[in-house]
Design a protein around this ligand. Structure first.
Ligand code: C2E
Ligand code: CA
Ligand code: CA
Ligand code: CA
Length: 280
């Protein structure tokens, strides 16, 4: 006799194992992708809202899989975080962006910092992160002022004491830190004040309707005022329209990043913007 549970339970078990199998195969593929060099870095410029110059860039990982096509980081970063593969991705990004930035400087392009996204996990195992930064900078002979790190507000606040210690260690190495996705992670001001960071990045979700939703406008206004009081620079993410830009500029936002100026670009695309001296 076959041991069978109720149909609904069978269905449920089947669904779970299908989901587990899917995750596993993504994990297996991702592991192979890291080994086989299927990951690349794209770069999105950050622009000064007063002068109009490109003053920085954020590096964003891209995975071009031979069997899955382009996989979005939103789909594979969570899998990478669960499986620990994020360590390898982070190390790849740190090294590759440092190498690329040094190459652009050697070509005589304007020098700007590159910001790499770092997960909460990297902050938990900080020694590994710090030595990966060190190795990337030494191997590629890049001055540490041209490398930055972005940490999300929610990761920063999960274990704030530890995160503050790591930000301090990065700062000692000359690497500046920004708090990413700000406004989504319930920071307390008293904790935020203790972070030796240089920038806040306002989450895209507040920018999206900033010109039409008075609540979003009030939140963005408050974040900018607070950042000024703490002497931090403010970067707005997800700026897609001229109206966004005008509104943010009026509120005193320092920098913007978004499709209005440029999408994230492969290295050649960013090189072209820098070479052209493209401005807002
Ligand atoms: P994020 O750090 O908040 O990065 C900004 C995301 O917003 C990017 O999505 C970017 O392409 C997108 N974006 C930029 N401007 C606009 C705009 O004007 N409109 C809209 N709708 N979107 C815009 P992407 O590249 O798909 O990355 C998604 C997330 O994946 C990132 O969010 C980050 O959390 C994570 N991620 C990406 N690369 C890395 C990485 O190398 N390491 C880690 N740990 N996470 C990464
Ligand atoms: Ca980011
Ligand atoms: Ca962000
Ligand atoms: Ca975001």
């Amino acid at each position: 006799a076959k041991a069978q549970g109720p149909a609904s339970l069978q269905l449920f078990t089947k669904e779970i194992s299908a989901r587990a199998a899917k995750t596993l195969s993504l994990q297996t593929r991702l592991r192979r992708a890291i080994e086989h060099g299927e990951l690349t870095a794209h770069y999105q410029p950050q622009v000064d809202l007063l002068g109009g110059d490109i003053v920085g860039m954020e590096a964003l990982v891209r995975w071009n899989s031979p069997d899955l096509g382009m996989v979005s980081p939103a789909d594979f970063i969570p899998v990478a975080e669960e499986s620990g593969l994020i360590d390898g991705i982070c190390e790849f990004m740190l090294w590759e962006c440092t190498r690329q930035n040094k190459q652009w400087q050697d070509e005589g392009l304007p020098a700007i910092p590159v910001a790499v996204n770092v997960s909460g996990r990297q902050f938990q195992y900080a020694r590994r992160l710090l030595s990966a930064c060190e190795r990337a900078l030494v191997d590629n002979r890049l001055d540490s002022r041209w490398l930055e790190v972005e940490l999300t507000e929610s990761s920063a606040m999960r274990d704030a004491d530890n995160a503050i210690a790591v930000v301090n260690q990065l700062k000692d190495m000359g690497i500046a830190c920004s708090i990413d996705d700000f406004g989504t992670g319930y920071s307390s001001l008293s904790v935020l004040k203790r972070f030796p960071i240089s920038k806040l990045k306002i989450d895209r979700s507040f920018v999206l309707d900033v010109t039409t939703d008075p609540n979003d406008a009030a939140i963005v206004d408050a974040i900018i005022a607070m950042a000024k009081a703490l002497r931090l620079k403010v970067v707005a993410e997800g700026v897609e329209h001229q109206e966004h830009l005008d509104f943010l500029r009026n509120l005193g936002c320092d920098q913007m990043q978004g499709y209005f100026f440029s999408r994230p670009l492969p290295a050649d695309g960013l090189r072209a913007l820098l070479a052209e001296g493209r401005r807002l």
